[in-house]
Write a protein that binds this ligand. Structure first.
Ligand code: UD1
Ligand code: MG
Length: 451
């Protein structure tokens, strides 16, 4: 027996006016990923072989984004947007050669888990299923009116609800699942006779029930289905994502000393037995191997950190960086687009950009790679076991050989051979007695002025 095929229609054509933003609502980010991409990822992970994003003509950035992610055939335009039922109908043509189950989800609900979406395909059984939640504050959501046997009689939107119906705490998440043919038959009957003069997707529940279809209700926790319509709700979704990411990290064996002060991105990967101290921020593209210590107040993005490294406190690592095992990056060190071999160290006050640092090399306090001439960027290459003296400036492109040393305060402009010492600074000259004479002169002048 072949499995029923799955498709998803993601609604992303709303105006999102409550965001008060130039950027379309569904491209605002949660955990560093646009909300629309959260919905796409959930659909993909739930086994949807076809995904159609319904976008509006009013903000071209949405179809452009969706086309880049899924190809042109996966984008339908709803113009003008006349409501969520009208939006799903806009996807009908893109699905004309598809038969099977269709899940509808809203691109403004980024926290929906793939498991939940997957379970909706079985929850619909011989009818349709809606995903509901018990809202702490149901204001603004569609309310689910329950009939006998726990099935829904209909969904009533906030603006159309009677005072009695407004007391209902069971709310519509927006996720709905049905057989494609049934769904589009019901959608064709939806009218716009309501407070907003919109075609409501939610009306398919009442229409289905009237046609003796089973309208099942599945439940999800509120934090998973939270709909984002304003900046305040965007911050709530972000907080919920962060909380989920912190718990997942700790459950996977990561120690977070003060979880509430650590911020993750959707793609952060941290292995077991990493310790993260307070106030750390993980931007996009961070991967950390086991045993690493991330000390307090680090800002990390685009970096792969090897096993047993020690990072920070107060380190900033920027994209394109790869650190081997047991690398030490200390306080006030900034690294960009650089590789550090195993056991290399940069312990204090340093800028390393566009560089390859050999294994066990030591960069002294105040080392600076001068990688930019105002037009182009150049690389600095430092050999294994090299010792870069404090306050060395390395004017790229430049190479320091293996085991070589640079004298403190040097400005290195030429390649240094393996095993050599490079001294590139003014020679020290002592003027005997100068300081004593100067002090005496100044003291005498001060005394004269005072008398
Ligand atoms: C909707 C539901 C409500 C539910 C809530 C959950 C309807 C009528 N109401 O209300 O029951 O409790 O979500 O968050 O469905 N969109 C389009 N085209 C349109 C209108 C909207 O694509 O013409 C898209 C939006 O981009 C958004 C989604 O559909 O991603 C939901 O629209 P929104 O205006 O946010 O609906 P809510 O008022 O939140
Ligand atoms: Mg909404």
């Amino acid at each position: 027996m072949s499995e029923t095929k799955r498709a998803a229609v993601i609604l992303a054509a709303g105006q999102g006016t409550r965001m008060k933003s130039e950027l379309p609502k569904v491209l605002h980010q949660v955990g560093g990923r646009p909300m629309l991409d959260w919905a796409i990822a959930a659909a993909q992970e739930a086994g949807c072989e076809r995904i159609v994003v319904v976008a509006g003509a009013h903000s071209p950035a949405v179809p452009t984004h969706a086309t880049k992610r899924l190809g042109e055939a996966a984008v339908a335009i709803q113009d003008p947007p006349l409501g969520t039922a009208h939006a799903v109908r806009a996807a009908e043509n893109a699905l004309k050669d598809f038969s099977g189950d269709v899940a509808v989800l809203y691109a403004d609900a980024p926290l929906l888990r793939a498991e939940t979406l997957r379970s909706m395909f079985s929850a619909r059984k011989d009818g349709l299923a809606v995903l509901a939640f018990e809202a702490e504050d149901p204001f603004g959501y569609g309310r689910i009116v329950l009939g006998d046997e726990g099935v829904a009689t209909r969904i009533v939107e906030q603006k159309d609800a009677t005072l009695e119906e407004q007391k209902i705490g069971l709310c519509n998440s927006g996720v709905l699942c049905a057989d494609k043919a049934t769904l589009f038959q019901l959608l064709a009957q939806v009218s716009n006779e309501n407070a907003k003069k919109e075609y409501y997707l939610t009306d398919v529940v009442g229409l289905g029930r009237k046609a003796a279809l089973k309208t099942y209700v599945a439940l999800a926790p509120e934090t998973e289905v939270l709909g984002v319509n304003s900046r305040v709700e965007l911050a709530e979704a972000e907080a919920a994502f962060q909380q989920r990411a912190r718990i997942a990290a700790m459950e996977a064996g990561v120690t977070l000393i003060d979880p509430q002060s650590v911020y993750f991105s959707y793609d952060t990967q941290i292995a077991a037995d990493v310790v993260v101290e307070p106030n750390c921020y993980f931007g996009l593209g961070v991967k950390i191997a086991g045993g690493a210590q991330i000390h307090a107040s680090c800002y990390l993005e685009g970096v792969e950190i090897g096993a047993n490294c020690s990072i920070g406190p107060f380190a900033r690592i920027r994209p394109g960086t790869k650190l081997g095992a047991k690398v030490k990056i200390g306080n006030f060190v900034e690294i960009k687009n650089a590789n550090f071999g195993d056991g290399a160290k940069s312990s204090h006050l340093t800028y390393v950009g566009d560089a390859d640092i050999g294994a066990r090399a030591n960069l002294g306090c105040g080392t600076i790679t001068c990688n930019y001439d105002g037009f182009d960027k150049y690389r600095t290459i430092i050999g294994e076991d090299a010792f870069i003296g404090s306050h060395t400036s390395l004017v790229a492109p430049v190479k320091v050989g293996a085991r070589a040393t640079t004298a403190a305060g040097s400005v290195i402009t030429k390649d240094v051979p393996d095993g050599a010492l490079a001294v590139a600074r003014g020679k020290q000259r002592d003027v005997e007695g100068w300081s004593d004479r100067f002090r005496a002169q100044k003291a005498a002048a001060k005394k004269d002025k005072g008398s």
